[in-house]
Ligand binder design. Structure first.
Ligand SMILES: Cc1ncc(COP(=O)(O)O)c(C=O)c1O
Ligand SMILES: N[C@@H](CCCC[NH3+])C(=O)O
Length: 463
């Protein structure tokens, strides 16, 4: 998550407050292709469009706030990941980033597998026709019911996360007369360079079984003894929104070391390793993410090298990108309601959504960009804070953003790179109605998740 404070900027320049901003961009009307999906562009009349449809029309037809998802961009990213990893590896899209039946169908069509982490995600995957053998079930506390449904459906793998779960899954599989393919999730002891709340490979946290101290080796020992389990591999996920490949390399090395120990102790070569997701995307022009082919090459190299050193056959590699596929494909469209200038401080621009459709700024101090998309402006750049309409001063969408100084009620603003962990983490705080997700492609727009209604809220409230 990038930030730096260079007190520069034409407006309030003498008194710019501390913040995450860099100098204002040279051209506020330009759209940096790193943070916008591929089909987003600004037409000669100044209005931005996606998939050939302009945002004014999208706002009129579908309302604001709304998530607008560039379907062809999504599909291209799926293909880029699939092609980068090739036939002898598997890409599991991480459904937690954003899942709907349309997404599942696209994944299926583009040859990706799917990682789910709850009964709800599993139900969505199965309802949309994802073959069960292409689904992996995750979670640090899967319920008996979730495990039973997954085993009954015939999911391709369950990723075991605790000693209790090893026994639980084995019993359920045996009771159902099945042998369930499983991996064991390990923590490799890497300090991933990301926000503390989304780092998952250091030892002091709830996921996985630690390599250090032998818990992971003990889990392998126990899993190999149980008839209901077919232990096929080791899983490691080091965290999320990571740019530095070094953490993945250490993780791959340590997982291969465990495979070698398993071979030495049990005479078994486990055929799979999963290196998780976590690849970062550009939220602002400061971020510089890796391409899937670079990531694939780096992971393949390290695994091949380590296996050669250990005398192991190279296992089948899988990865679980969520954010890197869906994150850049969508933007959130908001309408400006009020603009409040606090002299000598900053200007607050309030939009018609907020922390109920994007909790990431409040939760992780995440940085986003924002652009005026319903028109161009030649006004000077003004440092703003784009905020929502919730009863909370931490209800911030974009902490520090330069917008044209003439930004006004009725303008449409778009926040790019909100495809991951925004709609999926959305809430009804203040009885907000969660926004729709609209897929746009080739001049057509289609609601794939509809906007919630007050009737939806009242239906849940049974009096
Ligand atoms: C086990 C596992 N796999 C994959 C992911 C997807 O991560 P990301 O969306 O950062 O690629 C996560 C979330 O961090 C995860 O916990
Ligand atoms: N939800 C987080 C990442 C956690 C991903 C799941 N392990 C985010 O928005 O960045």
């Amino acid at each position: 998550m990038s930030r730096s404070a260079h007190p520069a900027g034409p407006r309030h320049a003498d008194v710019l407050p501390e913040g995450h901003y860099t100098a204002p961009p040279a051209d506020l009307n330009a759209l940096d292709p790193r943070v916008w999906s591929r089909t987003v562009s600004r037409a000669a009349d100044g209005v931005v469009s996606v998939g050939g449809i302009d945002v004014k029309r999208l706002a009129d037809e579908f309302g604001t706030p709304g998530f607008f998802l560039d379907e062809s961009d999504f599909r291209e990213r799926c293909r880029a990941w699939r092609d980068a990893f090739g036939e002898d590896a598997d890409v599991f899209y991480a459904g937690k980033a954003f899942l709907s039946r349309a997404i599942v169908r696209w994944l299926h069509e583009e040859g990706l597998n799917l990682d789910v982490c709850s009964g709800g995600e599993l139900a969505t995957a199965l309802a949309a026709g994802m073959p069960a053998e292409r689904i992996a079930l995750h979670g640090n506390n899967k319920s008996t019911e979730e495990i039973t449904r997954a085993v009954e459906a015939g999911v391709g793998r369950i990723v075991l996360d605790s000693f209790q779960e090893i026994v639980r899954v084995a019993h359920i599989a045996e009771r159902l007369g099945k042998r369930q393919r499983v991996q064991i999730r390990v923590t490799v002891g890497v300090e991933a360079h990301t926000h503390e709340f989304i780092a998952t490979a250091h030892e002091d946290q709830k996921f996985g079984l630690a390599l250090a101290g032998g818990q992971a080796a003990e889990a392998v020992r126990r899993a190999l003894k149980l008839d209901g389990l077919e232990l096929v591999g080791i899983h490691s996920h080091i965290g999320s929104q990571i740019f530095d490949m070094a953490g993945f390399e250490v993780s791959a090395r340590r997982v291969v070391q465990l495979l070698a120990e398993v071979r030495d102790e049990h005479g078994v070569e486990l055929p799979e390793i999963d290196l998780g997701g976590g690849l970062g995307i550009a939220y602002t022009s400061e971020d510089d993410p890796r391409e899937p082919r670079e990531i694939a090459a780096a992971l393949r190299d390290i695994v091949t090298r380590e296996c050669a050193a250990a005398g192991l056959a190279v296992p089948r590699i899988s990865v679980e990108p969520g954010r890197a596929i869906v994150g850049p494909t969508a933007f959130t469209l908001y309408e400006v309601g009020t603009v409040k200038e606090l002299p000598g401080l900053r200007t607050y621009v309030s939009v018609d959504g907020g922390m109920s459709d994007n909790i990431r700024t409040a939760l992780y101090d995440a940085d986003y960009s924002v652009a005026l998309v319903s028109r161009t402006s030649t006004a000077e750049p003004m440092l703003t804070r784009v905020v929502g309409k919730h009863c909370e001063s931490g209800d911030i969408v974009v902490r520090d953003a330069f917008l044209p100084a003439d930004v006004a009620p009725g303008d449409l603003l778009a926040v790019p790179a909100t495809g991951a962990y925004c709609r999926s983490m959305a809430s009804n705080y203040n009885h907000a109605l969660r926004p729709p997700v609209v897929a746009v492609t080739d001049g057509e727009a289609r609601v794939i998740v509809r906007r919630e209604t007050e009737e939806d809220l009242l239906r849940l409230d049974v009096g």
